[in-house]
Design a protein around this ligand. Sequence first.
Ligand code: AMP
Length: 279
Amino acid sequence: MQIITNPVEMRAWSERTRRAGQKLALVPTMGYFHEGHLSLMRFAVARADSLVVSIFVNPIQFAAGEDLKSYPSNRQRDRKLATTNGVNILFCPDLALMYPENFQTTVTVTGVSDSLCGRSRPGHFAGVATVVAKLFNIVRPDLAIFGEKDFQQLAVIRTLVRDLNLDIVILGHPIVREADGLAMSSRNIYLSSQQRQAAPALAHSLKHAGSMVKRGERRPDVLRPKVAAILTSAGLEPEYIEFVDESNLKPVTAVGINTILALAAHCGSTRLIDNCRFG
Ligand code: AMP
């Protein structure tokens, strides 16, 4: 495995690889790998000839007061894990090469960026769309893989690719969970042991809603308070509990096969998200 930090070198490698007839996959990450990241890598290896994994903690997707400065990192461990999971290139672009002093462009995907996490994190998805557009242009992958844990991010990227006619196949990967149901996240490291015990309440509340829907309940207004009760009784503070259509992220009035239940809740100072699809 090779590490590349310069976007110009990255593009040259990609061009050589594509010219050699190889199908190229990209998995964008912010590093501090866990099994969720590694599953995306293995998923990519099974579908392409070469795999580029990027590690870039993208400053423009963090608001003031968020955890940009303290975002967890262990590059040595990431390098080892990338090597053993079939990665060909670990692309860790230099900050100054990604955002030189005269950088003045933002890619904004309206609509799908505005609801859910977009409400409490204004500008976040514009930061994500901008850096992903840059990574796509530097790496020029045939396909790119994103986790369904961040399903709004996935919706933003799919919209970006559709609207800008980018010739890249976007694949979603199911959420990877800990044994007790907690969705894996680099940020889980922030949880105290007591908070770590409370955090699986998100997954439990999704499961509970799922079993109510299986028994025939379809009304978001009936389901929402049950989900909220599970979260609050575990000591979590819900930010949103929304039933949305997966195609446009708009709220639904009745749960159907395309409905996603999306949650964000605060566990102490850590913000956790999770979701499930009822289909
Ligand atoms: P991050 O490093 O948190 O930006 O995540 C990089 C990619 O991994 C994103 O596409 C995430 O959606 C995905 N990802 C993170 N956690 C999980 C998980 N628990 N299951 C599946 N995908 C995940």
